[in-house]
Design a protein around this ligand. Structure first.
Ligand code: HEM
Length: 309
């Protein structure tokens, strides 16, 4: 029996939209703080990249950006509590209530992780923060979609296989990208499309992929086997994501219900691929690397929308 929730879905949607915008801002500001702290674009490049790994982390310096990050993250937490409240009371609005509760639990977990986040030498913490930021945006956007027009189920299944494969490749690309960022392995591969003439991950590279579980003491230097392997895996999975999501997106252009979302996915795929290549070709410009991270978040949200359609 359908429950009449009156104007609540509209209220939930507005709060979720604001939370999605705040989450995207948190992703952007965190990426800026991390990449700037890593030394992207610093004067004595690339020698100064990852210098912070060589010393004990000091007390965080006051900066406007750090203050902005605190204010945005705390506002998002308060708004998430409000969102869960209006989703659950007086009767749960499903499935929005489920996504909103997951979102709040994730935020609390990331806040707890904050205890270790000031130490950049712990790549696993950095990795979980980057991936956690994307999940926050994905979940808040999912609440927005859950309070929109419900999709018609039967038209979906046969056409979705390519998209699902593409989503798997995209998730792999994002996880590998976050791993590069958290383990300061970007400059291991300072050229595009190959890594200093290397096209395939070197044998010894696989063994070096233990970085998330060690305490870093220095950034990966150009040609570092583990870093080269990570970057090549990132680029090849990106190529796979672009081909699969591209094909699935082109097919989705044929239908009225999916055309708009498909166009956004196809556009963001090209933009994100371009930003990745430009980040490397520019010698790892800070602005491009931050845009690359934000582009990935927007691409994930657009794919969630297309799947929902
Ligand atoms: C669909 C395509 C792609 C997606 C979704 C994607 C996604 C990501 C994500 C989520 C990160 C982590 C961002 C961060 O550290 O904050 C990342 C990092 C990175 N990506 Fe990509 N990427 C894509 C394609 C590429 C391509 C084609 C290249 C190069 C040719 C590239 C080069 C890099 C580099 C160098 C980093 C490390 C930046 C750093 O943290 O220092 N990416 N990528």
């Amino acid at each position: 029996m359908m429950v009449n929730h009156g104007a609540r879905p509209k209220k939930i949607r507005r709060a979720a939209l604001l939370l999605a915008a705040l989450s995207l801002l948190v992703v952007a500001v965190s990426a800026y703080m991390r990449l700037d702290g890593a030394g992207l674009g610093c004067a004595d490049w690339p020698a100064c990249y990852g210098q912070l790994l060589a010393r004990e982390p000091g007390a965080p310096q006051f900066s406007i950006v750090r203050l902005m990050h605190r204010i945005t993250a705390s506002s998002a937490l308060v708004l998430a509590c409000f969102l869960v409240w209006i989703c659950l009371r007086p009767q749960p609005v499903r499935p929005a209530a489920g996504y909103a509760t997951l979102l709040l639990l994730l935020m609390l977990a990331l806040s707890a992780l904050g205890i270790w986040s000031s130490d950049p030498r712990l790549p696993l913490v950095g990795f979980m923060n980057i991936v956690g930021g994307f999940a926050l945006l994905g979940l808040s956007w999912r609440v927005v979609l859950a309070t929109g027009v419900a999709p018609s189920r039967e038209t979906w299944k046969p056409r979705g296989f390519l998209l699902l494969l593409g989503v798997a490749a995209l998730v792999a690309t994002v996880l590998l990208g976050a791993w590069i960022g958290a383990s300061y392995a970007a400059v291991a591969c300072p050229s595009v499309p190959h890594c200093g003439g290397i096209w395939l991950p070197p044998d010894e590279g696989w063994a070096a992929l233990d970085t998330p579980f060690v305490r870093l003491v220095k950034a990966a230097l150009p040609g570092d086997a583990g870093g080269v392997t990570l970057n090549l895996l990132h680029r090849y999975s990106a190529a796979g994501a672009v081909l699969l999501l591209g094909a699935g997106g082109v097919r989705a252009l044929a239908r009225d219900t999916t055309r708009g979302a498909a166009r956004v996915v196809l556009l963001l795929l090209v933009v994100e691929l371009g930003l990745g290549g430009l980040t490397v070709a520019s010698g790892f410009g800070l602005g491009l690397a931050v845009a690359h991270c934000v582009g990935a978040a927007a691409l994930l949200a657009s794919v969630v929308t297309l799947l929902r359609r």
